[in-house]
Design a protein around this ligand. Structure first.
Ligand SMILES: Nc1nc2c(ncn2[C@@H]2O[C@H](COP(=O)(O)OP(=O)(O)OP(=O)(O)O)[C@@H](O)[C@H]2O)c(=O)[nH]1
Ligand SMILES: [Mg+2]
Length: 209
């Protein structure tokens, strides 16, 4: 049940917030999700967009622990077409002590292999802070996980990097680094919190329909 586009990124990068902001930008009021739990059980979930933030997104890392596919209705000529955008559990280095989190990360990795298109959400502000504070060697090591995600993205029909949290200090520096480092791919500066950049995001989503 992988969506046509998979949303990946480090824990806390803003993947879930991105999905919810996209739904708001497309003027949805009610969200329809297809959820695939790590135990393989699939279920449908429905909620109002107005209550989704409180239910699904959080400051705490590892909030998302299952694959949740948002069904988006996109107008195409006289009819509508459904685009699927799948939110996934965030990745991080190392072996997490919690088994649920480990299973969820494994599920994300499997989905990454199967996905046709990838939206890679990066916390540009965290990246900017890291670039300012670290030696070159430490930067290289800390970016290893995102580098792996870049490499996986290159194998896909469509790969878009979303430089998120552009409303925060240092995000510009993070965005600039991404533009230079992943020059072959679209890098779209966004704020899932404020909604900036979503006209361009929408064009990328449209192309998947
Ligand atoms: N300032 C700011 N905060 C944001 C933005 N996007 C997300 N956040 C915050 O970042 C935190 C993590 O957001 P989530 O959307 O839950 O992140 P996630 O990538 O889904 O996290 P996991 O599911 O745990 O991997 C929350 O506190 C959000 O409010 C943004 O554009 N700007
Ligand atoms: Mg999440």
């Amino acid at each position: 049940m992988n969506g046509e586009t998979l949303v990946i990124g480090r824990v806390n990068a803003g993947k879930t917030s991105f999905c919810l902001r996209l739904a708001r930008h497309l003027k949805l009021r009610e969200l329809n999700w297809l959820v695939e739990r790590t135990d393989g059980v699939r279920e449908k979930r429905r909620m109002l967009l107005s209550e989704a933030d409180a239910i699904l997104s959080s400051d705490e890392p590892n909030r998302t622990r299952e694959m949740q596919t948002l069904l988006l209705s996109v107008p195409r000529g006289k009819s509508d077409q459904v685009v699927r955008v799948t939110d996934s559990a965030g990745l991080m280095e190392g072996l997490h002590e919690n088994e649920d989190v480990r299973r969820a990360m494994a599920q994300t990795l499997r989905a990454m292999i199967a996905a046709r298109g990838i939206f890679h959400v990066v916390d540009a502000a965290a990246l900017g802070r890291m670039l300012a504070g670290q030696s070159k060697l430490a930067q290289a090591r800390m970016n290893a996980l995102d580098e792996q995600m870049f490499a996986m993205g290159q194998m896909k029909d469509r790969y878009v990097i979303l430089a998120n949290k552009m409303d925060l200090p240092m995000a510009r520096e993070g965005y600039r680094w991404l533009k230079a480092h992943a020059a072959k791919y679209p890098v779209v500066p966004i704020s899932a919190r404020d909604g900036t950049g979503f006209n361009e995001v929408r064009r990328h989503v449209w192309r998947l329909a």
